[in-house]
Ligand binder design. Structure first.
Ligand code: MG
Length: 237
């Protein structure tokens, strides 16, 4: 694929059959200049997941000690240490996360990659797309591998950016899916996902079926870049 239209043509089709997973032909999101960063401390009824002081309430994705660091009040990816997730289990909720990609991504193909995994499974993509194109379903604000964002409201690398998420978890009965998850996302105050219904957990170059689960951790991705996070909180619905 060319640098401008990266993607794969040997992946399975997504349900509906119009596009493949990571389809290079899927239209890229239009760029929208946001009004500015949306920074927000926790409302009075929120549960704070990271308060800028330490890693209490976080564990490694395998349940061990988290390998990330806290610096200047930020939660910082330490590349190679793996994902981190909350010990708190989140059901239906509103989630706020602020993040900043490295200002100097060292000419990486896809710089500033990280992610916010809802229920430990469904990734809202974090990526520095300010200068870089990727396949549409891998764009910042995508439900990775499934739903491109409705718009790219990126600010320049290094600046703080925000996701505000409305999360409805999937429902299961006797191990079978009765209603899919539902995801709405605002990126820097711009609507980028509206009630998207994931086909299953996030994966790469494939489509997975749902695995039955209940309330689950919020997970942040180590994809090899020193992405920073702050103001991580949620409100149960
Ligand atoms: Mg990612």
């Amino acid at each position: 694929m060319t640098e401008d239209r990266p993607g794969f043509t040997d992946t399975p089709y997504l349900p509906g059959g119009e596009y493949r997973v990571h389809d290079p032909e899927r239209p890229h999101p239009p760029r929208v200049r946001p009004g500015g960063p949306v920074t927000a401390g926790p409302p009075s009824d929120a549960t704070v997941l990271f308060d800028g002081t330490d890693l209490s309430g976080w564990e490694a994705a395998d349940g061990g000690e988290p390998g990330w660091s806290v610096a200047d009040g930020d939660l910082v990816v330490e590349p190679g240490t793996g994902d981190v997730r909350t010990t708190e289990l989140l059901g239906d909720c509103q989630i706020h996360v602020e993040w900043a990609a490295p200002a100097d991504p060292d000419d990486a193909t896809y710089p500033g990659n990280s992610g916010v995994f809802l229920a430990d499974r469904y990734e809202v993509q974090v990526l520095d797309c300010s200068e870089t194109a990727i396949y549409a379903d891998g764009w910042v604000g995508a439900i990775y591998g499934q739903y491109p964002p409705l718009a790219d409201a990126s600010l320049p690398a290094g600046e703080w950016q925000s996701f505000d998420v409305v999360w409805r978890r999937p429902r299961f009965e006797d191990g079978s899916l009765t209603s899919p998850a539902r995801v709405t996302v605002l990126y820097n105050g711009v609507l980028v996902q509206e009630g998207a219904e994931p086909y299953g957990p996030t994966t790469y170059r494939d489509v997975l079926d749902y695995d039955p689960h209940g309330p689950a951790p919020l997970r942040l991705q180590d994809h090899g870049f020193r992405v920073r996070f702050r103001n991580v909180w949620y409100r149960p619905l």
